[in-house]
Ligand binder design. Structure first.
Ligand code: ADP
Length: 251
């Protein structure tokens, strides 16, 4: 199956009744999440609440047990879904950067463009340089990842994702592996993307970022979406006891 006919070429996520079990353990219990084009949604909550599993179900890195997920017009949970095409429409940034250490920064950004999108070397390099510019790393195109700081490597990983021209970006705790002084530069790049109108779902512990950038915040606990709303509501004035006690601990 290809993208649905009404798809407008814009990033969007619709998750309905998502259940995920690992063996007998149910880690997602009937999750509903909607993200519209251009929205930035931050997913917060205690460790083990199911945030990462939910994000990974969206691009089928985890197989949902039940429920319906539509991403960028692809019905991910339909067995006929063209998974490769669906994944090409999504940029994913993980805690670990997963750059090839033996390739230059520029080569790290061009390899998938040439192999998967069949772009010419010239075209791939042009796109790569444009995206290195976007993340403030144009001056490092000839460097090798091990020569760079964690923050710089994560910015390059973001530029690599952007070079595939995704309709939306998923971020799974992109700053959790970084030394504290390097977190800001990565968040600044993400904030820039949000301002440009990129559709983003961000699993994060960075409450200040969520407050500053998120159009909507989703608080998860125990495999449920407990509360969602504006950052001002969910972080600033939580209604549920579980949200309140989480905020008390992290703020
Ligand atoms: P969070 O991102 O909120 O920290 P996770 O989605 O990583 O939470 O994990 C939710 C629960 O699912 C945890 O109890 C975790 O141990 C469990 N879990 C995650 N991945 C697996 C797996 N591959 N096999 C078994 N249990 C898993």
């Amino acid at each position: 199956m290809t993208q649905t006919a009404d798809f407008q070429g814009q990033g969007a996520i619709s998750v309905k009744g998502l259940v995920k079990r690992f063996g007998a353990v149910e880690v997602l219990k009937n999750i509903d999440v909607e993200i519209k084009k251009g929205e930035v949604v931050c997913v917060i909550g205690p460790s083990g609440s199911g945030k990462t599993t939910m994000l990974r179900c969206v691009n089928l890195l985890e197989q949902p047990t039940a429920g319906k997920i539509i991403v960028n017009g692809f019905e991910v949970t339909d067995s006929e879904c063209d998974i490769d095409a669906m994944r090409r429409s999504i940029g994913m940034v993980f805690q670990q950067f997963n750059l090839f250490p033996h390739l230059t920064v520029l080569q790290n950004l061009t390899i998938a463009q040439m192999k998967i999108l069949k772009r010419s070397k010239d075209e791939a390099e042009k796109t790569a340089r444009h995206n290195l510019e976007r993340v403030g790393m144009a001056h490092k195109e000839a460097a090798y990842p091990p020569q760079l700081s964690g923050g710089q490597q994560q910015r390059i990983a973001i530029a690599r994702s952007l070079s595939m021209n995704p309709d939306l970006m998923l971020f799974d705790e992109p700053t959790s592996a970084l030394d504290p002084e390097l977190v800001g530069e990565v968040l600044a790049v993400m904030k820039g993307l949000a301002k440009e109108g990129m559709t983003m779902m961000v699993v994060t512990h960075e409450m200040a970022f969520a407050r500053d950038v998120a159009d909507r915040v989703i608080f998860m606990d125990g495999g449920y979406v407990v509360e969602e709303g504006s950052a001002e509501q969910v972080i600033g004035n939580p209604q549920h006891e579980r949200t309140k006690s989480f905020m008390f601990r992290v703020l």
